[in-house]
Design a binder for this molecule. Structure first.
Ligand SMILES: Nc1ncnc2c1ncn2[C@@H]1O[C@H](COP(=O)(O)OP(=O)(O)O)[C@@H](O)[C@H]1O
Ligand SMILES: [Mg+2]
Length: 309
């Protein structure tokens, strides 16, 4: 049995202004919003006052993890640097729930992985791919990651499971558990050996040298595009770690999904350039998506006009 570490005075003092007493929170344990590798997220109600209540999401750490308290403090710190950005779902507050430190977020409807997996269901008759919607999601995600890079941070866990969706078309990036500050002079972060990393989303330099930069997040963004257009397929599903590394080092890459258009595939492929400096920045990705979206809108207008004739 693990004993729970006391919450350090330092943290409680620094973030006292966003602390909520557990008596004001009612957790609905029947309603799991999602499970990650470090925590389970439940729907809850925050009773702000007698007359004001808010629907929230509460991230309760998996207690058996030795380092959950350290991870909580890390995520709390990062999340407050990133708050108030429209395409980021950062914690708004925190609480001690049954003595466990928990982060509190606005409640979103689903995550992007669950969202795209729904298109595999036989009863789903919606058109696939909904290109404009997917581009809107990608625009918001690249906007968030451009902002994160501007704060000298690397997210390190850019994947469909960590993008939250509010219907009909809002996407926000979340899960700052692995997010780290990079060194100002080298613009890179050298990871310690022991963190559990999302292998299938990482580029060669992160896998073999533990180097993380904006450009490793860009690579993961390309994998996220692959996840969307394959309706949530696991990348390199038949390869183990060593086979994946060899596959990538020999210059091979994931295949372009059948239903992905060439102009969109070009962005995805550019994210997987072996040379980091030849991969686009998030600012450039955002611009490319904007250009395609503009054309889409013009085309829609044109089709609409034609059909009215
Ligand atoms: N604010 C939220 N609203 C709705 N669902 C959420 C929210 N935050 C997280 N989730 C769900 O919970 C899952 C796990 O949360 P996450 O922060 O990614 O935890 P972990 O660090 O363990 O991966 C997400 O993939 C998502 O499905
Ligand atoms: Mg996660």
């Amino acid at each position: 049995m693990l004993t729970k570490p006391p919450v350090s005075r330092q943290i409680t003092d620094a973030y006292n202004n966003i602390f909520i007493a557990e008596t004001k929170i009612i957790v609905n344990f029947e309603k799991i919003l999602g499970k990650g590798s470090t925590a389970t997220v439940y729907a809850a109600v925050f009773e702000e006052s007698k007359s004001v209540t808010k629907q929230i999401a509460i991230k309760i750490p998996i207690q058996t993890r030795m380092d959950y308290f350290e991870e909580f403090c890390h995520e709390l710190k990062i999340t407050t640097i990133l708050k108030n950005h429209s395409t980021i779902c950062a914690a708004t507050s925190w609480t001690l729930y049954r003595e466990l430190p928990c982060l509190i977020f606005e409640k979103m409807d689903t995550d992007l992985l669950s969202f795209v997996k729904r298109y595999n269901e036989p009863q789903n008759v919606e058109e696939f791919p909904p290109t404009k919607l997917f581009l809107q999601f990608l625009w918001q995600i690249s906007d968030a990651l451009n902002f994160i890079a501007s704060k000298k941070l690397v997210h390190r866990d850019v994947a469909a499971r960590n993008i939250l969706i509010a219907y009909p078309n809002i996407a926000k990036i979340s899960d700052f558990g692995l997010c780290s500050e990079f060194d100002e002079s080298s613009s890179m972060y050298l990871s310690s050996l022991y963190k559990k990393l999302p292998i299938k989303w990482l580029p060669i330099e992160s896998l073999s040298e533990r180097i993380f930069t904006e450009k490793s997040d860009v690579w993961s963004f390309g994998i996220l595009m692959f996840e969307i257009w394959t309706k949530g397929e696991l990348p390199y599903k038949n390869l183990n770690y060593n086979e994946q590394l060899e596959f990538l080092k020999s210059g091979q890459r994931l295949s372009v999904p059948n239903e992905m258009r060439d102009d969109i595939a070009a962005i995805m492929i550019s994210c997987w350039n072996e040379k980091q400096n030849l991969r686009p920045t998030f600012k450039e990705i955002k611009q490319s998506i904007e250009n395609i979206l503009e054309k889409e809108t013009v085309n829609y207008g044109y089709l609409f006009y034609k059909s009215e004739e």
